[in-house]
Unconditional design. Structure first.
Ligand SMILES: [Mg+2]
Length: 249
């Protein structure tokens, strides 16, 4: 489904936006693999390292159930759950755009009964192989060719700006009424999509996090309105206020 009923598309980052931690770090730390993950990170990109550490954990006897169980303990602010449910009830089209992976995101959303609130999850694909090992692949196959975005804030496996462009294009083609976008994120990778939004759209960067610092370096580079937030309560209040404002316009 492309069209939200009220014409507002809310795009959420996942790590440190919907959940309050980084899901990759949470899983690796909880399963006692922090040191080994750091070793892998010194020689390969993050997305490749998380796939590799899943292989090492599987070889040590860690099961898929163990991985899912630690994802069920990820902290999720009740204000953010309330914000998601309220936006959905108002008719917003909710989407996730994340550099985590499908298995981690689904495990968290399903545990909290939130899976059905999102019309689309764009992230790094995952699958379970014949041996029961979780495999995590890059969203963009950078071994075949680079994604071509020139911003050094986009990792090789995913340019969220290009991914957002596809959402913008599909939404624009869906009907006569122009859709309005609200984008929420915290990280370096959330800067590129923030730059691609139009003046009718809104960015909600998490204050004090990398995307906020990048925006503050030269706010004039963004066309979209900027509305920062720091915690779940502020996110809920700000997001619902913006949705109500857009609905009145
Ligand atoms: Mg994030």
């Amino acid at each position: 489904m492309v069209d939200g009923k009220n014409g507002i598309v809310v795009v959420f980052d996942f790590d440190k936006t919907i959940i309050d931690v980084d899901s990759d770090n949470w899983v690796v730390d909880a399963l006692g693999a922090t040191h080994d993950f750091d070793r892998l990170l010194s020689t390969m990109p993050w997305n490749t390292a998380i796939d590799a550490i899943m292989g090492e954990l599987h070889a040590r006897g860690t099961t898929l159930r163990d991985v899912a169980d630690v994802l069920c303990t990820v902290p999720l602010d009740p204000h953010i759950v309330a914000a998601i449910k309220a936006c959905h009830a108002l008719g917003c089209d909710l989407r996730i755009l994340s550099d985590a992976n499908r298995f981690f995101i689904d495990a968290v959303l399903d545990h909290h009964g939130l899976g059905g609130y999102f019309s689309d999850v764009t992230t790094n694909p995952s699958h379970v192989d014949a041996d029961g090992r979780l495999r995590i692949a890059p969203h963009h196959d950078f071994h075949a060719a680079p994604h071509g975005c020139c911003l050094d804030t986009c990792p090789p496996n995913m340019c969220k700006g290009q991914a957002l462009d596809r959402v913008l294009a599909s939404s624009g083609a869906a009907g006569g009424k122009k859709q309005r976008f609200i984008y929420l994120g915290d990280g370096h990778g959330d800067y590129c999509p923030s730059l691609r939004l139009g003046r009718e759209d809104m960015v909600m960067p998490r204050k004090g996090f990398p995307v906020w610092d990048l925006i503050c370096e030269d706010p004039a580079l963004l066309q979209a309105e900027v509305h920062p937030w720091s915690n779940g309560a502020e996110m809920e209040e700000t997001l619902l206020r913006l949705v109500a404002r857009v609905e009145e316009e």
